[in-house]
Write a protein that binds this ligand. Structure first.
Ligand SMILES: Cc1cc2nc3c(=O)[nH]c(=O)nc-3n(C[C@H](O)[C@H](O)[C@H](O)COP(=O)(O)OP(=O)(O)OC[C@H]3O[C@@H](n4cnc5c(N)ncnc54)[C@H](O)[C@@H]3O)c2cc1C
Length: 481
């Protein structure tokens, strides 16, 4: 059943080991580095209680992202649910609970992928239990799939089992980048880059509660903590979903929580044979589209505030941004329309592979361009802003700020508010992190480009080029028609 925001927040007060700035954080829901983002995640949980949104967000009493889609219509319904969640965070919360929920539904569609010939371990039942546990508890699950730079043997920093015990394994090592991990109930640890066929040692995947003894999260610096106020940094202050390094210091993982073990083939297949990666991409492509809508809306408001909205070059720049929004939308709709049945699955369908991998390529390239285009429209006004809203409120300075920051038809308070939001979205440290996020959040380019070379229409492309070549030969030398 779906949880309330308060139930979600209460579950985060579990003694989890989060470190920030040389300090052990006792309670992420109360700490100034995390509490507003935790509240933003809690608000997402509240959405399901809204009578208007409940039919959009849920199916059979649980979030719709958990339902294994069985038709094109199911994919469309999932997208509507993703969109409602994405709009609540204006596209800036990447690792919302429906993200991993969609991946879990992908695992449940093909549990057979959790067994492979290179290992006796079969995690299929555990994957189904993982999906059930998350759905029934309405849990927020983060994941870490990237290895730290590492050698082997004594210097090995990568996650591996150091002991098999009665009932489970003991794991040691680190993984990055745990986006949202400090706000999650569980964390899924795995590997997204294919491992060498003989690397059984690092070929494992498991999911454990974040408060598991020995599990530590080392947080990056908090943008939320450094934000002066909501008025001054409206996004950094409320939507800093955080990224943390996961360190496992001899963490005991019961067998029932192990998904793949000593199997490079199954460790890769859980992402690439099941539709998990494609469902994750469907969710995040919908979020991306929403984020571009938000940024384009900002651009329109900034141009209006500047009084440049009717300048032809500005109108065209807005047109280019609206084209980017349509492009982002088109990838979502096309991935749905090109749906495929899950090979060897249990009647599930997945968004089309070719379009989904292409979305990853497109989004990583488009996002920086959109940010750049809006910065060009906005100009120096993004920088020339009072340090904080306190300048406006000051009895002596306030009237001066009100006088010199207003434009015809727009009071200074509103213009500064808009431009501060724009800077937070486009130029702040929070914004820089988002640019990196859109490029890397689901693996590095060489990972999804490789997948595209397999899923893309290489044969059709080659055939067309070949047809042209086959249409003439050396005998045409000297002729032009
Ligand atoms: C803000 C942010 C949030 C993230 N959140 C998460 C998360 O929640 N969970 C998670 O698991 N991961 C997350 N990631 C991590 C992401 O999965 C990794 O950044 C990604 O897999 C790339 O790994 P890397 O950073 O170690 O880069 P590297 O693999 O070191 O790559 C660095 C650069 O070198 C290139 N390169 C490296 N090896 C090759 C090669 N063999 N061939 C060609 N080019 C190569 C890459 O393409 C890239 O451009 C996040 C990343 C960012 C930036």
């Amino acid at each position: 059943m779906t949880r309330s925001g308060q139930e979600y927040l209460a579950a985060l007060r579990d003694g989890r080991e989060v470190w920030l700035d040389g300090e052990r954080v006792r309670d992420v829901t109360a700490h100034p580095a995390f509490r507003s983002a935790a509240a933003s995640f809690a608000r997402l949980y509240e959405l399901a209680a809204d009578p208007a949104l409940r039919p959009v967000l849920t199916q059979g009493g649980v979030h719709r992202a958990y339902a294994v889609p069985r038709s094109y219509e199911d994919l469309v319904a999932r997208r509507h649910a993703y969109k409602a969640g994405a709009e609540a965070g204006f596209g800036f919360l990447g690792r919302t609970p429906d993200y991993m929920a969609s991946g879990a539904a992908g695992f449940a569609a093909l549990p057979g992928a959790f067994a492979a010939e290179d290992s006796d371990f079969d995690g299929g039942e555990h994957a189904l239990a993982f999906h059930r546990r998350l759905a029934e508890g309405d849990l927020h699950c983060a994941f870490t799939l990237t290895d730290p730079p590492s050698g082997t043997g004594e210097d090995d920093l990568r996650i591996r089992a150091v002991q098999e015990r009665d009932g489970g394994i003991v794991v040691r090592g680190a993984k990055s980048v745990g986006t949202g991990a400090v706000f999650a109930d569980e964390i899924l640890v795995g590997t997204i880059e294919p491992l060498a066929a003989d690397d059984a040692e690092h070929a494992l995947s498991f999911a454990v509660p974040v408060d598991t003894p020995g599990l530590k999260l080392i947080s990056r610096s908090s943008y939320e903590q450094r934000a002066r106020s909501v008025y001054d940094q409206p996004l950094s202050s409320r939507y800093d979903e955080n990224d943390a390094l996961l360190v496992c210091e001899d963490v005991f993982v019961p067998w029932e929580r192990v998904l793949t073990y000593r199997s490079p083939a199954a460790t890769a297949a859980m992402w690439w044979r099941t539709p998990a990666y494609l469902h994750l991409t469907h969710q995040s492509a919908t979020r991306f589209w929403t984020k571009l809508e938000f940024l384009t809306g900002l651009a329109i408001l900034v141009a209006r505030s500047h009084g440049t909205e009717q300048v032809p070059a500005v109108t065209q720049a807005i047109g280019r941004l609206l084209g980017a929004v349509a492009q982002a939308k088109a990838f979502v709709l096309a991935a749905e329309a090109s749906w495929e049945e899950v090979d060897g699955g249990r009647g599930g369908v997945r968004p089309g592979q070719e379009i989904s991998f292409a979305q990853r390529i497109m989004a990583g390239e488009l996002y920086p361009r959109v940010v750049q285009d809006i910065k060009l429209l906005a100009g120096g006004a993004l920088i020339q802003l009072p340090a904080s809203g306190r300048d406006l409120l000051h009895p002596e300075l306030g009237p001066l700020v009100h006088q010199y920051f207003r434009t015809p038809g727009e009071p200074a308070e509103d213009r500064i508010k808009l431009l501060k939001l724009a800077w937070d979205a486009l130029g702040s440290e929070f914004a820089g992190r988002h640019e990196q996020y859109e490029r890397f959040y689901q693996g590095a380019p060489h990972v999804y480009l490789t997948m595209q070379t397999r899923a893309g229409a290489a044969d059709a492309c080659e055939a067309l080029a070949r047809a042209c070549l086959d249409g003439y030969d050396l005998g045409t030398t000297g002729r032009t028609g």
